[in-house]
Design a protein around this ligand. Structure first.
Ligand code: GCW
Length: 711
């Protein structure tokens, strides 16, 4: 049993918190000196957890026990405490740095104190100490010099949240890493070690909020029986600085409250929510608030009563306000009664409400206007909605990115969106500045990521999908971080510090996102996934109830060409962007080619920048995607000497699935689009091994991520 656990843990359970022994003797000596005598105050839960992490990590990395003292003395080489507890002479030395910190920030500094070189870790609040602890240990794990460290850091975004799309039956919508971590049946008594390790992992990257339940919500979670279980989780997470949020089903007053209506302007309904909120805060005094999906994809909402999003959100905000809670209201809305281009609907619906929400309402907007595609232009609401704090929603779980069998390093995608310039307040009005609140001076800011975590031993299904969780947290802390730095940090903490390993594998990670775009959705193609489960290609699907659920709606292929015309001759979605971008996107000569077919319907013979016709260009891009994966496999093979067998093998097997599926995407899409273009595949593109009919006949009723449907 013990051996088994041991070998399991070597296979990814520890995430980026492995704390391997430092082999480099110079560094080992440097670190050992820095931690030779530690003063670490731990008189509350957060500091206890911080110190526990020290006690776990240091003996492993340094291969010796570490000495702690119970008072600050001239003996100490490292002093860890919040600012207000420091002796005055030490306060004088660090005071200026502390002043600039937010409540969650920290300093890690080398300085001379009483004529001795020491290191100090301090912060305004306990949570800053916890974050500093993880950063300090991470710097050791990644072999950074600490001798003259001078680090002053605060998160740039307030709410750094995971959204779990976890159902109460433990299935996870769009989850590809097993079942939900929340074992509702055994809660509240049984506290799984996983809850603690989940919280540690999140705290280590600065995530401070978690929404436990699916946005397609079940009202039962708001009943006393479940709230008791939620309370137990909140009690664990509190010690790691993590606040719990729940999804609130708009019709809960009817379903669990015996009311006849959920009309947000009905006094009984208002009272019901106020009482419910008070009941929750009695159990969970630091409860974060509600995340709400309303009047979207069949979910109930204020529009069922002729009211609007503002009425709904403000009603809940009023209930939460006395307790300091927030409402996060999702803008992922599109309607079956509206045949406007789906990409335009959220902007059209929400822009008129700008400035009308209460100050504890944040509107959560997906990174793009359709739905977490391998590449989308940024959502036009960013920058346009000036008086409302917008939370950006990324999807860490890979619904449209090959599930947990494809290696796709998502910080590259997140970075592309965050760095996009909205031009809404002149040049330099990036999405990152909208999100961190600096562009319009919002008092609240947030980033949300739909979690890719489940009960799989390695948490995320694919070992490299851990890097997407990690990278999400790092970017939520600092939206200006580069994906390159994130990949570097993660590889060092997870696999090895050997530069000969890092460089090629980092390159593999950084190119993996473009590879998936190439073999799934090149040149601005989007939403051509097979129905419902979104596993594999389905560009031919045209039989779903709503036009905008069908891939044919999105690619618009015909005898003349392919692509969705969103210029003034089509849906004119471009008008939702700032005028500079509107012009750039409207003009086929200036549009960045990666968005070509997102905004234009383009003839098959159109000449791309490299001189190829569009048809040849699409075909060659699909082939390039396949070649990219072949290259990724070669890189991984070359990295074998730096990996143990299981580390090497599991990723190798997954890459082989990825290659098979990349070819499937290429062949299925090209055969199908060829029925319109009527052109031969260009030289350099491999011939499909199966017929179009074969690809169309594939069915996956039990693909993971949705309830199975066998029809
Ligand atoms: O993309 C769609 C997903 C749904 C999801 C929805 C949403 C939770 O396919 O599974 O529902 O987005 O974000 O609300």
């Amino acid at each position: 049993m013990f051996t088994m656990l041991h070998s399991q843990q070597a296979d990814g359970y520890k995430l980026w918190l492995k704390y391997d022994k430092i082999e480099n003797s110079e560094l080992l000596n440097e670190y050992a000196e820095i931690v030779s005598s530690i003063y670490f105050k731990d008189d509350n839960d957060i500091l206890k957890n911080a110190k526990k992490e020290f006690s776990l990590a240091l003996p492993q990395m340094l291969n010796k026990q570490v000495k702690y003292s119970s008072n600050i003395s001239s003996d100490n080489s490292l002093i860890v405490d919040v600012y207000e507890n420091l002796p005055n002479d030490l306060k004088d030395l660090v005071g200026n740095d502390i002043e600039v910190l937010t409540d969650e920030g920290f300093i890690i500094k080398s300085l001379t104190y009483k004529k001795k070189s020491i290191t100090i870790i301090s912060a305004k609040k306990n949570i800053g100490i916890l974050y500093a602890t993880f950063r300090f240990l991470h710097l050791m794990q990644t072999h950074k010099k600490l001798k003259s460290i001078d680090l002053v850091d605060s998160p740039k975004v307030d709410l750094r949240m995971l959204n779990h799309w976890d159902n109460l039956d433990r299935s996870v919508e769009r989850g590809y890493a097993g079942f939900s971590l929340w074992n509702w049946q055994k809660l509240p008594e049984y506290i799984d070690q996983r809850y603690i390790d989940y919280a540690r992992a999140n705290a280590s990257i600065g995530i401070n909020s978690t929404v436990l339940t699916n946005v397609n919500a079940n009202a039962l979670v708001l009943t006393p029986m479940y709230l008791e279980k939620v309370e137990a989780l909140a009690n664990v997470f509190r010690g790691y600085g993590i606040k719990v949020y729940l999804t609130a089903r708009f019709s809960a007053p009817i379903e669990i409250g015996n009311l006849e209506t959920s009309d947000p302007l009905n006094p009984e309904v208002e009272k019901w929510w106020s009482n419910k909120v008070a009941e929750i805060y009695k159990r969970i005094p630091d409860f974060g608030g509600f995340l709400v999906k309303a009047n979207s994809e069949g979910q109930p909402g204020p529009q069922n009563y002729g009211r609007n999003h503002v009425d709904g959100a403000n009603m809940m905000a009023t209930a939460l306000k006395p307790f300091g809670g927030n409402v996060i209201w999702r803008a992922f809305v599109y309607s079956e009664h509206d045949d406007t281009d789906r990409a335009k609907q959220a902007y059209d619906e929400f822009l008129p409400y700008d400035g009308k929400f209460k100050d504890n309402v944040l509107v959560q907007v997906k990174n793009g206007a359709i739905d977490f595609q391998p590449r989308e232009p940024f959502h036009p609401m960013f920058g346009a909605m000036k008086k409302t704090p917008l939370v950006i929603e990324f999807q860490i779980t890979q619904e449209y990115l090959g599930f947990s069998s494809h290696l796709v390093f998502l910080p590259k995608l997140f970075e592309e969106v965050l760095d996009s310039d909205t031009y809404q307040k002149g040049k330099g009005s990036t999405v990152a500045k909208v999100i961190d609140g600096s562009l319009y001076g919002n008092t609240l800011s947030g980033i949300a990521g739909v979690a890719n975590i489940g009960t799989d031993l390695n948490w995320t299904g694919h070992p490299f999908a851990q890097a997407n969780w990690y990278g999400f947290g790092r970017l939520a802390w600092d939206p200006d971080l580069s994906s390159e730095k994130i990949a570097d940090e993660w590889l060092r903490a997870t696999y090895s510090n050997n530069q000969d390993f890092i460089e090629p594998v980092k390159n593999l990670m950084l190119t993996s996102r473009e590879a998936v775009v190439n073999y799934m959705n090149p040149l601005g193609l989007h939403h051509i996934f097979d129905t419902g489960h979104h596993y594999g290609p389905g560009p031919w699907v045209d039989n779903l109830g709503r036009p905008d659920w069908n891939p044919v709606y999105y690619h618009q292929a015909d005898a003349n060409g392919i692509g969705f015309d969103r210029t003034p001759s089509g849906s004119n979605a471009t008008e939702q962007y700032a005028s500079y971008l509107e012009k750039t996107f409207n003009d086929i000569n200036t549009i960045p080619e990666e968005y070509l077919l997102w905004f234009h319907h383009v003839p098959w013979d159109y000449k791309l920048q490299n001189g190829n016709t569009l048809w040849d260009g699409i075909a060659l891009k699909y082939q390039e995607g396949v070649n990219d994966v072949t290259h990724m496999i070669q890189t991984w093979d070359n990295a074998k000497p730096y990996l143990n067998d299981s580390e090497y093998n599991e990723v190798k097997m997954l890459l082989q699935i990825q290659l098979k599926e990349a070819k499937w995407w290429r062949d299925a899409c090209l055969l199908y689009f060829q029925t319109f273009s009527k052109k031969e595949l260009p030289e350099g593109v491999e011939k499909p091994t199966q017929s179009l009919e074969y690809y169309k006949s594939l069915k996956f009723p039990f693909a993971p991520g949705i309830r199975p449907q066998w029809d």
